[in-house]
Design a protein around this ligand. Structure first.
Ligand code: HEM
Length: 461
């Protein structure tokens, strides 16, 4: 056994009783955590009103705590709060809740690569509609990419998973997007306020936002009931498929929980894409290379599912975007309880010690830009995300979709959407900076996106 004492986990000094509440901007938690990761490195801690939280920000430590034999997803803080909306649905279920397994076994097969590929034409259709909308704006336009990409994402989610064409690129479904924003922003704030203040300040808005999203889910069910179909999509599975292990099907309330969960999960993809547009503007040579690849793979043909596997450079662009946008900015981990053993948990071979029940948050802004792994970590270089170079990277820097059994169930959907939209945007339009000096600043709640980022968009001949 090592006799050297563990290294104290660093962190900002904080105030008596209040701890570090002034080190975290309540309106932009993830930006504060990114800043702290830049200052303290691989691990740091803060105290918020008597609760200690440990943050992991290096690839090696992230990988260590992704070991499912010792650690599991921690359902606490904002994730616990959002259970008000989604109960024991996929994203919010505690490790011990049997309904997670039932829902996972019903849902995961519908989001497997082969079924996602069968929706290619729907992804393509929605993306083409957005490009047509942008082309119709004429020469002197200014757009906020995130706004339109959020709508595109909702359009594609509703069509592919639930079989309903919303036609919402014009903003006609913004109320559900606003409600998602209200629920997730409030879920981030609630754990840091006394209960009474939550009740007084925001209870009616919180409840209303949940009601709007559940009503939206019900409208998709009503649409399916009014338009019977033999389409076997996710909605069909939620309504009819039995869990292969228990034979159980989902209850009507669980169906709503899972429908509501999906756009919240998928809303990470447009955040990544909006940031990608900035990376493309900053790296014109990347656009040139991507266009060369598209010309050689597609020729004069429109993009088709068969082309996607040959778009190696664009694959690199999407992976590099996931790395540098860290659109899903982190995820929560805790040690698996060891019966009768409350001794500290050792990290990095005993270099650090944490209490046996310590919640930890992986901060991907640190992990994904770990200087121990990447040369010039801030540079946007798709080449490092292709072929052997990508294979050689440690697993810890490829955690964009989370870990293990609680890894993103929508990752193949996300991948298809990201590749199709990236390829079509690079092929179909040119972006021009509105503010050439724009420096990436992100904010967000369950995902992070570029703040006030606007561009001009022009169709290509
Ligand atoms: C760029 C796009 C996306 C990224 C980066 C992303 C990232 C993640 C991450 C990191 C987790 C783990 C969260 C945790 O451990 O608490 C997760 C879980 C999840 N994601 Fe995604 N996601 C994306 C897109 C999607 C899409 C498109 C969907 C739905 C179609 C989706 C649905 C979910 C669900 C339901 C979970 C919970 C899974 C479970 O615990 O069983 N996500 N995602």
């Amino acid at each position: 056994m090592s006799t050297t004492s563990p290294t104290p986990i660093p962190g900002p000094p904080g105030l008596p009783l209040l701890g570090n509440i002034f080190d975290i901007d309540q309106k932009n938690t993830w930006w504060s955590l990114k800043t702290l990761a830049e200052k303290y490195g691989e691990i740091f801690q803060i105290n918020a009103l008597g609760h200690k939280i440990v943050f992991v920000a290096s690839a090696a430590l992230a990988e260590e705590i992704c070991d499912e034999k010792r650690y599991r997803k921690f359902v606490g803080g904002p994730v616990k709060e959002i259970r008000y909306l989604t109960h024991d649905g996929l994203f919010t279920a505690y490790d011990h809740e049997a309904n997670w397994g039932i829902a996972h076994r019903i849902i995961a097969p519908q989001l497997a690569p082969s079924l996602i590929a069968s929706h290619f034409s729907e992804f393509a259709l929605c993306t083409d509609e957005l490009i047509a909308k942008w082309k119709a704006l004429g020469a002197n336009n200014t757009i906020t990419p995130l706004t339109d990409l959020n709508r595109l994402n909702l359009e594609a989610t509703a069509l592919t998973l639930f079989g309903k064409k919303l036609n919402c690129l014009d903003g006609s479904s913004d109320s559900v997007l606003d409600a998602m924003e209200a629920s997730t922003s409030e879920a981030m704030r609630r754990p840091n306020r006394p209960k009474l203040l939550n009740l007084l300040l925001s209870d009616s808005k919180w409840k209303k936002a949940a009601a709007v999203q559940r009503a939206w889910a019900q409208s998709l069910l009503d649409h399916r009931a009014a338009h019977p179909t033999d389409r076997h999509d996710l909605l069909w599975a939620l309504l009819h498929a039995p869990d292969p292990e228990t034979g159980k099907t989902l209850t009507p309330s669980q169906v709503i929980d899972e429908i509501v969960t999906m756009p919240i999960g998928s809303s990470t993809a447009p955040c990544a894409l909006a940031t990608l547009i900035l990376f493309l503007l900053q790296n014109p040579s990347v656009v040139t290379k991507a266009r060369e690849e598209l010309a050689s793979v597609l020729g004069d043909a429109p993009l088709a599912q068969e082309h996607l596997a040959s778009l190696h450079y664009i694959t690199g662009i999407v992976r590099e975007t996931l790395r540098l946008s860290y659109a899903a900015p982190g995820f929560n981990i805790e040690p698996i309880p060891r019966e009768g053993d409350t001794s500290p948990v050792l990290l990095a071979g005993g270099k650090y010690q944490i209490p046996h029940d310590q919640a930890m948050i992986i901060v991907l802004a640190g992990v994904n830009r770990d200087p121990a792994v990447f040369e010039e970590p801030l540079a946007f270089r798709p080449e490092r995300m292709v072929g052997e170079a990508f294979e050689k990277l440690p697993r810890g820097v490829k955690r964009w979709f989370g870990n293990g059994k609680r890894e993103c169930v929508g990752k193949h959907w996300a991948w298809e959407f990201l590749v199709v939209v990236t390829a079509k945007l690079i092929h179909g339009v040119d972006f021009e900076a509105v503010d050439g000096g724009y420096v990436l600043k992100q904010d967000g709640w369950f995902n992070v996106r570029p703040v006030a980022f606007k561009v001009k968009v022009k169709g290509r001949a």
